[in-house]
Design a protein around this ligand. Structure first.
Ligand code: FAD
Length: 504
């Protein structure tokens, strides 16, 4: 094969969430008449089998595929997610929320948070959640899909779902559109001796699957991008020390909450993700601070329902491939890097990579210009998510265990330090256009962890005091009336999916 060969046969290595998301999106957008799309996966190896919480842009991915929301939630045993509740993160006894919504409306081109900070400094209520509709709905366990209406806030949401069922749903979708599935374990990768381009993969039973363009979705193994192409890996453990997770499902506990819970533990944190048929749980930790056995015991002792299986330990190295696209191969999902799921970003990073790949799709097996643009984009995505996650650990006031003291004292990238300094000085972090997490994400997290800004935007003082007070009351009432009209989350879900409520 030569670099100038047209892309006719696409081979996706791996059939986890990444592999089937890529196959479904490519089949929908590129079709399977001009090009063949083949997914190779191994039942014996299986998938990582965790990954259940998402963020709002996932709605766009399902829309691209014209997937009906009710069908999707039924098929994946999913529930709605309005944000994350953080327990014990700022201090041991403290709870705050990172809801998906806006913190009040911008006013006169200035973020609402500055007006709110001005009111706070004058003795106002320190509860910022009162001005985030999704935060109020989380507290009251409500959910609804609301049409846009003037003067009332939107309700932004994402989903919790069983990632294995999502992959199965997408597999059925992709196969209907003509994607070919090959089951088998890949034992070798055949490359052109001169150009190193990948020509085919060899399966254990002797079959080969050849192609012009390869998408490596082989999970942590990185069979093509690392095994064959040696793209290299940037290890970020010095900024994010967690390198293990132990996961176990447990029985569903009612009421079904419309949020993920993240509880800080002695050597990391624990997730709780409510699904229709079970609750997903896991403890993300660093084995430099706690043994796998102890972390497993801590997890099992803290479940709020009966365990439904044996706990499973997953090992990872936080970081990302130096290049995700090399020659005629692009890596997606865990094959391209891993950031702990504190802000539920891995599936989003797959989605972002697929969107970019579709936008930059090469006409020929090698297109170094497109590959360069893709790699720059993915670097910026990974780094900005990384910085947001680091900030959670850095700002925590906990110092009660060696792990939390390590987080307090560890170095941070300059980019994070600059943000924390800006926030401390005047309540803003100055996000760039390409960033996933905006001011409305950073504010509730940094403030929630206990970092109260010393100042605020000077022009927020321009509004007369009486007008500010009346405006705050009006916004608060709009949020309250929006949330008051929402049904309970379990009721909404049961009605949408046509399933009886638990206990009915
Ligand atoms: P995998 O699921 O590992 O799939 C790899 C595929 O490659 C499999 O089909 C496998 O059979 C195949 N394969 C590998 N080697 C071979 C071979 N030799 N031959 C043939 N086939 C092969 N993400 C979120 O968005 N939200 C979360 O809440 C979240 N929580 C997580 C918690 C933990 C502890 C971990 C580790 C991850 C979490 N993630 C989360 C990430 C999420 O699980 C992954 O991003 C997602 O599942 C995609 O995985 P993948 O498809 O890249 O890899």
């Amino acid at each position: 094969m030569t670099p100038a060969d047209p892309v006719r046969d696409i081979v996706i290595v791996g059939g986890g969430t990444a592999g089937w998301m890529a196959a479904a999106a490519l089949a929908k957008v590129a079709g399977t008449r001009e090009r063949s799309i083949t997914v190779v996966e191994s039942d014996a190896i299986g998938t990582v089998g965790v990954g259940e919480a998402t963020i709002p842009p996932i709605q766009l991915f399902n829309k691209l595929l014209s997937i009906d929301e009710a069908d999707f939630l039924r098929a994946t045993q999913g529930s709605y997610k309005l944000g994350i509740q953080f327990v014990g993160w700022g201090r041991r006894d403290h709870v705050y929320m990172h809801p998906f919504g806006l913190f009040g409306p911008d006013m006169n081109g200035i973020a609402f948070s500055h007006y709110w900070l001005r009111a706070l400094k004058a003795g106002g209520d320190p509860d910022n959640h009162l001005f985030i509709a999704e935060g109020e709905a989380m507290r009251l366990n409500r959910f609804g899909r609301v049409p846009p209406s003037p003067g009332l806030p939107r309700i932004n949401y994402a989903y919790h779902f069983d990632a294995s069922l999502y992959a199965a749903h997408l597999r059925a979708y992709a196969e209907r559109l003509g994607v070919i599935r090959r089951e088998g374990k890949i034992v070798a990768v055949d490359q052109d001796g001169e150009s190193s381009l990948i020509r085919s993969v060899l399966l254990q039973d002797g079959r080969t699957v050849g192609g012009d363009f390869f998408i490596d979705c082989s999970g942590f193994a990185g069979l093509l991008i690392d095994g064959a192409l040696k793209a290299g890996y940037d290890d970020w453990t010095h900024w994010l020390p967690a390198n293990r997770a132990v996961a176990v499902p447990s029985e569903r506990v009612d009421p079904l909450t419309p949020y993920t819970r993240s509880t800080a533990r002695d050597a990391g944190w624990q997730w709780r993700i409510p699904l229709q048929h079970r609750t997903g749980n896991g403890y993300v930790f660093s084995d430099a601070f706690i043994s796998e056995d102890q972390a497993t015991r801590d997890l099992m002792e803290s479940l709020d329902g009966r365990a439904l299986g044996e706990p499973r330990v997953l090992r990872f190295t936080t970081g990302r491939r130096r290049k995700s696209w090399v020659g005629n191969c692009v890596a997606l999902g865990l094959a391209s890097g891993f950031l702990e799921p504190l802000e539920s970003t891995s599936i989003h990073l797959i989605q972002a990579a697929i969107s970019k790949l579709l936008a930059l799709f090469p006409a020929t097996a090698v297109d170094t210009r497109m590959a360069g643009l893709f790699n720059t984009f993915m670097d910026s995505q990974y780094e900005s998510v990384r910085d947001f996650i680091i900030a959670h650990y850095k700002v925590s006031q906990r110092d009660d265990t060696p792990f939390w003291r390590h987080c307090r004292d560890m170095p941070t990238p300059d980019t994070v330090q600059a943000r924390l300094d800006n926030f401390r000085a005047r309540g803003e972090v100055m996000v760039e256009n390409h960033e996933l997490f905006r001011e409305s994400n950073w504010f509730p997290v940094l403030y929630g962890q206990g970092l109260t800004p010393e100042g605020y935007h000077p022009l927020a003082d321009a509004m007369p005091e009486a007008e500010l007070a009346a405006t705050l009351v009006r916004i608060r009432q709009a949020i309250r009336s929006r949330v008051d009209e929402l049904p309970s989350h379990p009721d909404f879900l049961a009605r949408l999916c046509g399933t009886p409520r638990q206990g009915d």
